[in-house]
Design a protein around this ligand. Structure first.
Ligand SMILES: N[C@@H](CCC(=O)N[C@@H](CS)C(=O)NCC(=O)O)C(=O)O
Length: 200
């Protein structure tokens, strides 16, 4: 029995997308990030007080990228999980990269352009985040030269993990016109049926 705690409008979307891609049966407990992750009961699952949390039988996991790598490794053989150890390394590389190089500046753009109440938004922080995003977007565009997906010609966990973070550019209204390969790749990834299903 697989249970995923979290709501689609949060980082839990990343793992809901993975569960949908893998066609797994699962229960979604729609735990909201405002208030519901700090109860004594929830903190037993994730002492950090964050969603998503995955419970797969006896295994409890948190951190969206780790959950997705685990799910792809366990249930995605011959599909989303890479066929070679070298490509596994690349999947780890891209997943860590998404969290460290992309998420912080992109979150600044998203929060200060869309999420925070207007009077709390800081346009300077949004602009600084947007400027910083030019680095990772250039890296991604370069990596996609001559290939449809990050590990080659097939969509994999590497693409899902990176696209699930980069998808925030759409919510934030960022123009990716300067990085056409990255923009086309993001469109390919987010047009997948499982992406729409995960949004609920
Ligand atoms: N690095 C974690 C971050 C998780 C996270 O910060 N989740 C937010 C929702 S998007 C949350 O649960 N916030 C509620 C809280 O911290 O109280 C991951 O990727 O899973």
């Amino acid at each position: 029995m697989i249970t995923l705690y979290g709501i689609p409008v949060s980082r839990a979307f990343r793992s809901l997308w993975m569960l949908q891609e893998l066609g797994l049966e699962y229960k979604n407990v729609p735990t909201h990030f405002v208030g519901e992750t700090r109860t004594a009961e929830f903190l037993k699952l994730n002492p950090n007080g964050h969603i998503p949390v995955l419970v797969d039988g006896e295994t409890v996991l948190w951190e969206s990228m780790a959950i997705n790598l685990y799910l792809a490794r366990k249930y995605g053989a011959g599909g989303l999980w890479p066929a070679t150890v070298e490509d596994e390394g690349r999947a780890f590389q891209w997943s860590v990269w998404a969290m460290t190089e992309v998420e912080p500046p992109l979150l600044a753009v998203l929060m200060n352009r869309r999420v925070l109440p207007k009077e709390q938004r800081d346009e300077a922080a949004a602009a600084a985040g947007e400027a910083k995003m030019a680095g990772p977007l250039g890296v991604l565009d370069g990596a996609l030269r001559g290939r449809a997906y990050l590990l080659g010609e097939a969509f994999s966990v590497a693409d899902l993990n990176v696209a699930s973070v980069l998808g925030w550019t759409m919510l934030a209204g960022m123009d990716l016109g300067k990085w056409p390969l990255a923009a086309a790749w993001l469109k390919r990834c987010t047009e997948r049926p499982a992406y729409a299903k995960a949004r609920g």
